[in-house]
Design a binder for this molecule. Structure first.
Ligand SMILES: Cc1ncc(COP(=O)(O)O)c(C=O)c1O
Length: 360
């Protein structure tokens, strides 16, 4: 259990004298429900029956995504170390899941939060952050052709103007991968022991993939990590291009990703992500977000190399927040140029072209 700093205990409006904890299955507060997400066997997604596939369903976190984990760790560790105190303002550049995870943790611990977002942010995500008390700062214009650079510039202005502000810096904060080292992959390992072979992970900050890889290098050196990136992402030497699926890939190289290598990395197109989401909904009755669809299609494209292997796909978020995009035939046709019948035949196809992939 984490010991609460005195400063937090004395000013905690809810009168708890401990930070969150889990005790005999009861969560003391919603933050105690972060982590311990289900591992679900997917027996219908792949056509090849000699590949075992499990999904780590991160949408079961209370904020709806894997990002609850690093959000919570960045806030709790900063509170514990005294870098951050109750009443202070946290600031972060985010347009989605991290903002929601931070809004949840900040509201719980009595911290103010400013989320810097851009016009590509999904309105529903912004509304969730606001409902949890976050203040929203919109940037309107890209900087050097890029909205992330514009958001980071605004963050630096906010920090300059508010000496009280604390930047969690999700793209450079080592507590981000640490949250997955201590949580996501540890939970997978607790369930599967020494009987899994490959972990497939979507990448953006690379926090999730790094946390998993570092754990596996230390404890299960035979388990491979496949980092799944987006076409149009600059990670792993990629060329910047148009991307429409939120959460997957990066338009600017994140500090955490510099120099990082994984056993294999591969790239998926936006349409491939949609195909994965639709196929999962059809065959396994699960709604997941676009990066998860891309990860599943990465597994499918490599299945001939995976005979006899046990694979885990980390599925970062739920499809519920993508009903107007990934699950809308109109959006898929207008944005990605695939007509419903063509999309359906990709979903039904029992083969999938090999993705661009390379061993690092
Ligand atoms: C939906 C989704 N998938 C994948 C990722 C990639 O995770 P990471 O930043 O840990 O690389 C993110 C990160 O924001 C995300 O929101």
């Amino acid at each position: 259990m984490i010991q609460i700093p005195n400063s937090v205990a004395s000013s905690n409006p809810y009168g708890f004298d401990t930070l969150r904890f889990r005790n005999e299955g009861i969560c003391e507060g919603i933050l105690g429900a972060v982590g311990d997400t289900p591992l679900v066997r997917l027996s219908r997604y792949l056509d090849q029956t000699d590949v075992e596939l499990f999904a780590k369903v991160e949408s079961c976190n209370p904020g709806g995504s894997a990002k609850d984990r690093p959000a919570l760790k960045m806030i709790e560790d900063a509170l514990e170390s005294g870098e951050l105190e109750v009443g202070q303002t946290v600031v972060e550049s985010t347009s989605g899941n991290m903002g929601i995870g931070l809004a949840q943790a900040c509201r719980y611990y009595g911290l103010k939060l400013i989320c810097v977002v851009d016009p590509n942010a999904q309105r529903q995500n912004v509304a969730i952050m606001q409902a949890l008390g976050a203040e929203i700062e919109w940037v309107e214009q890209p900087v050097n052709g890029d909205f992330l650079s514009a958001r980071l510039l605004r963050v630096s202005q906010i920090i300059r103007d508010n000496p009280d502000a604390y930047w969690t810096n999700q793209y450079g904060n080592e507590r981000n991968p640490a949250a997955h080292f201590e949580g996501t992959i540890q939970e997978i390992d607790d369930k599967l022991g020494d009987s899994y072979d490959v972990v497939f992970v979507a990448t953006s900050s690379t926090g999730t993939a790094r946390g998993c890889r570092d754990f596996l290098i230390e404890r299960r050196p035979k388990v491979q990590v496949v980092a799944v990136d987006a076409e149009g992402s600059v990670l792993f030497g990629g060329e910047k291009g148009r991307r429409k699926i939120p959460g997957l890939g990066a338009g600017v190289m994140p500090e955490l990703a510099e120099g990082q290598t994984f056993d294999t990395h591969c790239r998926v197109s936006d349409l491939r992500c949609v195909v994965g989401c639709r196929r999962l909904a059809e065959r396994e009755a699960m709604l997941v977000g676009g990066s998860a669809g891309g990860v599943l299609e990465a597994v499918r494209s490599m299945q001939s190399q995976l005979s006899g292997k046990r694979c885990v796909a980390i599925l970062h978020d739920s499809g519920m927040r993508y009903l107007d995009t990934i699950y809308s035939d109109q959006w898929v046709e207008d944005t990605l140029g695939a007509k419903p019948a063509d999309l359906q035949s990709l979903v039904d196809a029992n083969w999938v072209e090999c993705l661009e992939q390379s061993k690092d």
